[in-house]
Design a protein around this ligand. Sequence first.
Ligand SMILES: [Fe+2]
Ligand SMILES: [Fe+2]
Length: 214
Amino acid sequence: MAQRKYRLTDRLIMALDGLLRADAPEASGADVPSPAVAIADSVLAGKANAESARLMRVNHTGEICAQALYLAQASLARAETTRQMLENAAQEERTHLRWCAQRLEELQASPSHLNGVWFAGAYVLGLASAAAGDSVSLGFLEETEKQVVAHLDEHLGKLPVADRKSRAILLQMRRDEARHASRAASMGARALPAPVRGLMRLQAMVMKTVASRI
Ligand SMILES: [Fe+2]
Ligand SMILES: [Fe+2]
């Protein structure tokens, strides 16, 4: 049977639809439970609550971007093993997204209002990296995850000490992201040139600065 060819806009709409359903509260308990569930809640003081909310809003947006990147990369992957790896990673990012969404709700904070924009931007970026071939695509994933691990270390240092729930989430995410990076490396990821890595850091910095506010 002939495979249906999807246009970029079709793929984007399908991916967005999946994202919206994944973020729905009723889907929250559908897969791996949040590491925060096992931890007793503690009331955070106003300032600490605001700081945790600001950090978790950024992490929520980061998981949206990760999912968009990997879904886009999977859609153009040449090898079946690459496609499966990317889809598995996207699935785990969706789980992370739910954990962050749950925590934001507990902190009585809302996600970034620009999440649709971040998703679309990351999706296009994912398509561009995948168009260059699987080894570049895997190299892009490896570099992304390395930068995310460094970012999570920074956030773990900034998180209010009393916020043990958010800390448990970030620690588990850090373990998963490091595993995504080493998996890509083991599958033949090509190292990206330094200017590209620098541009990725710059783009992430813009996203983090804006998402922490809007
Ligand atoms: Fe993640
Ligand atoms: Fe990841």
